[in-house]
Design a protein around this ligand. Structure first.
Ligand code: IPD
Length: 262
């Protein structure tokens, strides 16, 4: 397991260095994806290509799921889950919350995760059962925070029908918590839960590559990660907080889940 983490960390650091060195002052939008606000730059693709090349060289036979390149099957039982730039809009505007996110899954379970928040020089790591770390310091999420005192991070998908529902949920949540933060990178949000910089994170409809590495880091820091009604994150909602706060947030969000397609 440690080998996976060491390799993932090496690759995430190399991709981060490449992105920092090559990021132009004003990166151009190369294409749009699910909506005009869902953008991709040439460096999203270049970083994923670099990451895929390093994985293939070190571990031929592993599968890869990447945000930009999709699914590449493998026969080893190991799958890498890659977000070459999580927080692409921040990358575009020169805001500091974007990261390279790499997770390693063995037989369907994430066992190692690295989130390299490149502009901040922060590399979060975790391997299952061995804790989460930042710069050699073991991380512990906040506990014992009552809902009205919780600082809650969230994010918004790019499709406008989804955003209408997210705005309704936000209007319900905001008066009931200490405050809301929207940093613009789901993986970095999950690391913020792990580091106790926020008390919780929720978002509707994030993808596996957004939460795989950060989710393990948060769980290894003592947080609980899940969706509504005991489901896995992603199917309906990705929710992450210390176990006691998780339940309070879950119960607040549950009546707002209309099971509608958003
Ligand atoms: C996005 C970011 C954002 C979240 C979106 C994601 P991307 O990922 O994580 O914070 O709110 O749901 O799609 O597109 O920058 O890789």
């Amino acid at each position: 397991m440690t080998d996976y983490l060491a390799l993932a960390e090496d690759i995430a650091r190399e991709a981060g260095e490449m992105l920092l060195a090559k990021r132009p002052d004003r990166p151009e939008v190369l294409a749009v994806k699910s909506s005009p606000t869902d953008v991709v730059t040439a460096l999203d693709r270049a970083a994923e290509e670099l990451i895929r090349a390093r994985i293939a060289a070190a571990r031929p036979g592993d599968a890869v799921l990447g945000e930009e390149g999709g699914d590449t099957p493998g026969g080893s039982g190991v799958r890498w889950i890659v977000d070459p730039i999580d927080g692409t809009v921040n990358f575009l505007y020169g805001l500091p919350d974007w990261c390279v996110s790499l997770a390693v899954e063995v037989d369907g379970e994430v066992v190692a995760g690295v989130v390299n928040v490149v502009p901040r020089g922060e590399v979060f790591t975790a391997s299952r059962g061995s804790g989460a770390y930042l710069a050699g310091r073991r991380l512990q999420c906040n506990t014992g925070v009552p809902l009205p005192q919780a600082l809650v991070a969230t994010g918004f998908g790019y499709e406008s029908n989804r955003r209408e529902v997210q705005a309704e949920v936000l209007a319900h949540v905001l008066p009931r918590v200490r405050d809301i933060r929207r940093y613009g990178s789901a993986a970095a949000d999950l690391c913020a839960v792990a580091a106790g910089r926020v008390d919780a994170y929720y978002e509707r409809g994030v993808n596996t590559w957004d939460h795989a590495a950060g989710g393990l880091i948060a769980v290894e820091a003592g947080a609980r990660l899940g969706g509504l009604r005991g489901r896995e994150p992603n199917s309906d909602l990705t929710l992450c907080a210390a176990p006691d706060l998780f339940d309070a947030l879950h119960d607040m969000l549950l009546p707002l889940d209309p099971e509608r397609d958003a």
